[in-house]
Ligand binder design. Structure first.
Ligand code: GAR
Length: 316
């Protein structure tokens, strides 16, 4: 199953085109399910249309109906079944609730080596500063403009005599390579065992006196010389699942969680009522929630003295 991506543009849409043509390769892990934006006249929309991608033309928003515009946009994106959004020259500041609704599911491409030169006139600013290179960055979108964790960058050398236009043209070549590759890696990683294991390891090992051992072939996290609080399971006994097992209060909580979301939560075989399995391979893992589960599980097994120290730390 390919990951479903909506692309938002405001203008030419050459980055959208790069994403679109890369997606025609059989091995590409994503497909475009929608191209839309804030400018019904954007040339990129017509290109997407002739290439058979669904296009929605939403009237240009006035400053007054900005929130209505973003609500309509959100509805269209969800209607198209998109799981991810790629901003490709979408020149509008996103409201915070829209960003939160797509947290960790929305990428942007920006024509500079972030964190340098957020905003506009990036090439002119790089030339004026005497930089050796300009370039482009793909990053996860967070509420700050052109902010958020950078996933990948390509430096592009500045040649003596470069103007913003000549530099921009070369940066565009770099953008068209960088964006499809980075988007492909991004949609793949949320289902990749190596990535999921590394995320769990990072969160589990950040807990006080945490220790990793291998138990029944699974990476397993416990308190040094103490009890285990988490297991990372990958196709255990051929169940085909990648999941985290953590401690819970017992059979009631276990049943309630499974009833609430039977796709995500399950009763781990051989572990009994005191544990819950949480699927990590559904592509929409909320890592803050996983971090909370790990902390609660750690607290359930930590010796009183250690647990007390954590409680004190949390009060600060
Ligand atoms: C691209 O260079 C992109 O990096 C930039 O707009 C251009 C869109 O070109 N985006 C930003 O500046 C976002 N802050 P395109 O429409 O041909 O893809």
């Amino acid at each position: 199953m390919k990951a479903k991506v909506a692309v938002l543009i405001s203008g030419a849409g050459t980055n959208m085109a790069a994403l679109l043509y890369a997606a025609k390769a059989e091995a590409c892990p994503y497909e475009l399910v929608l191209v839309t934006g804030d400018n019904p006249e954007a040339p990129g929309l017509s290109l997407a249309e002739v290439e058979g991608i669904a296009v929605v033309r939403i009237p240009k928003p006035t400053p007054k109906d900005k929130s209505r515009f973003f609500a309509a946009l959100d509805i269209q994106i969800r209607k198209a079944g998109a799981e991810y959004i790629a901003l490709a020259g979408f020149m509008r500041i996103l409201p915070e609730d829209f960003v939160r609704a797509w947290e960790n599911r929305m990428l942007n491409i920006h024509p500079s080596l972030l964190p340098r030169y957020k905003g506009l006139d990036t090439h002119q600013r790089a030339i004026d500063a005497g930089d050796k290179s300009g370039g482009c960055s793909v990053h996860i979108v967070t509420p700050g403009v052109d902010d958020g964790p950078v996933l990948a960058q390509t430096p592009v050398a500045i040649i003596p005599g470069d103007t913003p236009e000549t530099l921009a043209r070369r940066v565009q070549f770099a953008e068209h390579q960088l964006y499809p590759a980075t988007l492909a890696a991004f949609v793949t990683r949320e289902r990749s065992p190596d990535y999921l294991r590394a995320r769990v390891r990072e969160l589990a090992m950040a807990l006080p006196e945490a220790d990793e051992v291998t138990s029944h072939g699974m990476p397993c996290f416990g308190i040094v010389k103490g009890k285990k609080f988490a297991y990372f399971t990958e196709d255990h006994h051929g169940d085909g699942k990648i999941a985290l097992l953590v401690k819970i209060s017992g059979a009631d909580e276990q049943a309630a969680l499974i009833e609430m979301d039977a796709d995500r939560y399950y009763r781990p075989a051989y572990f009994g009522d005191g544990w819950i399995g949480i699927r990590l391979d559904l592509g929409d893992t909320e890592w803050d929630a996983i971090s909370d589960w790990l902390r609660k599980s750690w607290l359930a097994v930590a010796p009183k003295k250690l647990a007390g120290l954590m409680a004190i730390a949390e009060d600060f």
